[in-house]
Design a protein around this ligand. Structure first.
Ligand SMILES: Nc1nc2c(ncn2[C@@H]2O[C@H](COP(=O)(O)OP(=O)(O)OP(=O)(O)O)[C@@H](O)[C@H]2O)c(=O)[nH]1
Ligand SMILES: [Mg+2]
Length: 346
């Protein structure tokens, strides 16, 4: 169970309880534990280093004092779950959380718990509007004024979940097509909120970008080219894994260079991507009706606003009304499902 509050912090304490502790730490932690002592070591999942925590063992349990980045905590919880530990929802459970938050209702508690994950003004506005939105929804439901299509809308609305989730957006493309220039344009809006993406190689560092009110982890990737150099091939293969893990892939094409020069195969490899046609200020080397995409000039910023809007739309966050209720937690979804059988079908 996680003892510290959710969200990024300096440290996070995960408490392990039960007989699985010994085999788990033997397999994943670099040092032997001594009851009642702080032991500093390396925690690994397979060959990947997750953290260098201080582990304190006590009778029947152990506290892992981790660094508090969300990635670390979530990776450790996932590892524990895979090893057979039951992961308690801890602070994400409203009943437990209410011990920590001075809130007047469950919905308000849920809002307070999610607050550290709201990184932009839009996310804050939408999140803070939820208390009133849900209170009004519940009273309208009591008065018989909520119908099935409204419930359906709320259940399928992923906007708030995406506003809080920090989805990953990878900019990919052949070398020199303008990926970094476009990344800088996207960062330019709010470059002050930045963070390193843990666990990646130096070439794969992401930063948080505020894309029209949606915080995303933007990955500016090295150019993908065909190469016979084994070291470069390995880097590209690693990159391929990162790309498939991304929530959205943006392929940047160079309008002034033939598609055949390493550009077309990206379209085939990542067919569900957003396509950007950059360097549109230069003489075109291919017919733009062959491949459709967002037309940009990275160096001047032309078209970047359209790109922002397309990213927002992909994550259902474009032009949203903050005052609408949105289902985000299991409790909210269960409540809506429980209403489904009794409301009028529209
Ligand atoms: N004319 C023109 N030049 C551009 C445009 N976008 C970028 N450039 C220039 O193209 C060159 C390469 O841009 P980068 O952003 O470094 O390209 P990249 O895709 O990140 O390159 P790698 O990281 O090496 O793969 C730079 O000189 C940019 O100024 C554009 O829309 N028009
Ligand atoms: Mg670059």
């Amino acid at each position: 169970m996680r003892l510290t509050a959710p969200g990024t912090a300096a440290i996070a304490v995960v408490r392990l309880i039960g007989p699985l502790i010994q085999p788990f730490l033997k397999m994943h932690f670099s040092r032997e534990l001594v009851e009642g002592r702080c032991i500093h070591g390396i925690l690994r999942a397979d060959d990947q280093v997750l953290d260098d925590p201080v582990v304190v063992a006590f009778s029947g349990g152990a506290d892992l004092n981790l660094h508090g980045s969300l990635w670390i905590v979530e990776s450790v919880l996932r590892l524990a779950q895979k090893a057979g530990f039951e992961v308690e929802p801890a602070l994400s459970s409203p009943s437990l959380a209410s011990q920590f938050a001075e809130s007047e209702s469950i919905i308000e508690t849920e809002v307070l718990i999610a607050l550290p994950r709201a990184r932009t003004q839009l996310a804050l506005r939408v999140l803070l509007a939820q208390t009133e939105a849900w209170e009004s929804l519940e009273s309208r439901h009591s008065a018989g004024l909520v119908n099935s299509s409204e419930i359906e809308r709320i259940l399928s609305d992923r906007s708030l979940a995406n506003l809080l989730a920090l989805p990953t957006v990878a900019l990919i493309g052949a070398p020199n097509v303008g990926k970094s220039t476009i990344a800088n344009q996207l960062f330019a809006q709010q470059r002050s909120i930045t963070a390193d993406l843990p666990g990646t190689t130096r070439d794969w560092v992401g930063e948080i970008a505020d894309v029209g009110g949606l915080a995303v982890m933007l990955l500016d990737t090295p150019g993908i080219r065909q190469t016979s150099d084994p070291l470069e091939q390995a880097a590209i293969a690693r990159g391929g894994k990162e790309i498939t893990r991304a929530d959205l892939v943006v392929i940047v094409l160079d309008a002034s260079r033939p598609l055949e020069e390493g550009q077309r195969q990206l379209l085939d490899t990542y067919p569900r991507s957003l396509i950007v046609i950059n360097k549109s200020d230069r003489a075109p080397a291919w017919d733009r009706t062959v491949v459709r995409g967002i037309v940009t000039v990275g160096t001047t910023g032309a078209g970047i606003d359209d790109l922002r809007k397309s990213i927002m739309a992909h994550f259902s966050c474009l032009g949203i009304d903050p005052s609408l209720p949105r289902a985000r937690t299991d409790r909210q979804r269960e409540m809506l499902h429980s209403w489904e059988s009794s409301v009028s079908q529209v």
